[in-house]
Design a protein around this ligand. Structure first.
Ligand SMILES: [Cu+2]
Length: 153
């Protein structure tokens, strides 16, 4: 649904640009990465992917897909402010560093709950363009241990 809306707005932009060639084209910026088991690990063979879309009209959409997690389990997930290899991705990305440690000041594609076979999907949309330190997505086990991470590149 969100992707379809994005494509639709892109089409509108294209038509607009074609009729008013002086206006510079705005377009979405997409970063993505593969999940790897991480930090506290847990020994699970975790895989999957994360994607961040900064839309032309100033929203940010993060979608995640994971496989290899425990079944029927609820996991937390956040955008973090460092790469996975840098201090275990450090803390949460915040739009306003002095602002609250909650959405939408932070970007949380979870919590999400896995299927019986350990597949999980999450997504979130925030009404602003994430800054350059929105660098990775971390998945946390119940109890908050960091168990998977994807660098957004
Ligand atoms: Cu986190």
């Amino acid at each position: 649904m969100q992707i379809r809306r994005l494509l639709a707005s892109g089409a509108v932009t294209t038509v607009f640009i074609a009729s008013v060639p002086v206006v510079a084209a705005d377009s979405a910026t997409v970063t993505r990465g593969e999940f790897q088991a991480f930090a506290a690990g847990t020994g699970l063979d975790i895989s999957g992917r994360a994607q961040m879309v900064r839309t032309a009209d100033g929203t940010t959409i993060v979608t995640i897909h994971l496989e290899g997690l425990a079944g029927e389990t609820t996991y937390g997930s956040h955008v973090h402010k460092q790469a996975c290899a840098d201090g275990d991705a450090d803390g949460h990305y915040k739009l306003d560093a002095a602002g609250p440690a909650t959405p939408p000041n932070e970007i949380w594609p979870g919590p999400f709950t896995t299927t019986a076979s350990g597949i999980g999907n999450g997504n979130v949309t925030v009404p602003y363009t994430a800054g350059p330190t929105a660098m990775s997505v971390v998945v946390h086990a119940p109890g908050s241990a960091k168990i998977a991470c994807a660098d957004l590149q």
